[in-house]
Structure formats: structure tokens, C-alpha cells
Design a protein around this ligand. Sequence first.
Ligand SMILES: C[S@@+](CC[C@H](N)C(=O)[O-])C[C@H]1O[C@@H](n2cnc3c(N)ncnc32)[C@H](O)[C@@H]1O
Length: 221
Amino acid sequence: MQEFNLLSSVPKVIRDVSARTINKEENRRLANQFGFEYFDGSREQGYGGYRYDGRWVDISQRAIEHFGLKSGDRVLDIGCAKGFFVKDLSDTLPGIDVIGLDISRYALEHRHPDLSGGLVQASCDALPFPDDSFAAAFAINTIHNLDPAGCLRSLREVERVAPGRGFVQVDAYRSPEELDVFEDWMLTAKTYCQTQEWLDLFDEAGYTGSYYWTILEIDGS
Ligand SMILES: C[S@@+](CC[C@H](N)C(=O)[O-])C[C@H]1O[C@@H](n2cnc3c(N)ncnc32)[C@H](O)[C@@H]1O
């Protein structure tokens, strides 16, 4: 396994954690449907507008370099939402075959307008693809939406379809203070651990790919 900050080019955002403490239970219920409210409703219920902003262009370049991807390779984005990474990876490396997978019908129906095919509705813990069928498989902030047993199944699935060539990013914390901030902000994660606990879960799953953390830092960044 290798720690790798695939999203290092994404600027940190200031989060208004206090707004998320109002109507928390109702907002969590709506967010967990992964429909309009989560993607395009208010910031209290999710993204507050999941819009294309070009951030995936730099991420695509780093992904290509990290995995040595080339034209003709087949790549999977698990939890692709509206397919922005699928689009930018396809544009950055002509000839690559990128498939996006997400559980959200809403996100797939509101895909980037440049995408016609290549998106599949399924769950990350039951990937509808043969063993060893991808040159790389990405699951960015996706598998922690399942409980720990579901995370284990999902990690095994990433490993199965792209042995040693996965990239998984998950919600994590390093201190009680970071956990407090996280629990105020978080809407959908069912599994969030200290980084070492995640590493133990990766080991238990037999996951050998790359990984990184989404950590809400104390200064609000
Ligand atoms: C935090 S968003 C991340 C989206 C995208 N990967 C990104 O980084 O911008 C989590 C995504 O995981 C999807 N998701 C949630 N549960 C899932 C599941 N069981 N299987 C597949 N996708 C799931 C959601 O619909 C959503 O698109």
C-alpha cells in the first residue's frame, strides 16, 4: 500500500460547521438519499451545488502519472457523481476508456453534458465487472458511506477489479478535536476512523492499492 495525495491541487475550503448543526437529523436523512438535496440543495444538506469547476483536470494528470496510464487502458471511477473526473480523465488522455459508477440515479441523470455513455448505476460493494479488468480503480470519498462491513466488501471489490491499482480516499481524523469537527460537519459517512484504524481495515480486506485521507482540520480548513 502507498499513501498518495491525489487531490493535492484542490484548494482547502472554509466550512461553516455551525450551519450544519441546525436540523441535523433531517438534513442527514435527506443527504443519505444522494438525490437533489445532497448534490444541488442547500449547503446544510450537502454540496450546495455540485458543479463542474475544472478541478479534475489537474487530478487527472496526477492520476495518469501515478498509475502510468496510457491510451487504451480501462479505468473505473467508483462514486463518480456527475462524472466530472470521468470527463476530465477522458479529455486529458485521449483513447482511455473511463467508466463511472455511482449509486445515485440523480447524479447520473445530471451528468456532465459532454458525457453520453460510460456511467453505471451500482453500489461500490458489488462492482458489476470481472476480476482484474481495470488498469486503475478510484473510489474518492465514496466507501465511507457504507458501514464497516460494507467498507470491507468495497475494498475487496476495488482490489478484485484492479489488483494493487486502486486509489481509495476516506474520511479520517487524528485527534478528538478533529473528530468533533468532523461529526458536526459530516452528513453521510457511516465509517470514519483514525488513520491507523483505516490502515488496519485495508489490511483486513487485503487491499494493496494507494490511499489518502479527507481530514477536516481544526482551523476550519
Ligand atoms: C462525497 S461524494 C464524492 C463524489 C466524487 N467522487 C468526488 O470526490 O467529488 C460521494 C459519492 O458516493 C456516492 N455513493 C454513496 N454510496 C454509494 C455506494 N454504495 N456505491 C456507489 N456510490 C455511492 C454518492 O452518490 C456520491 O456521488
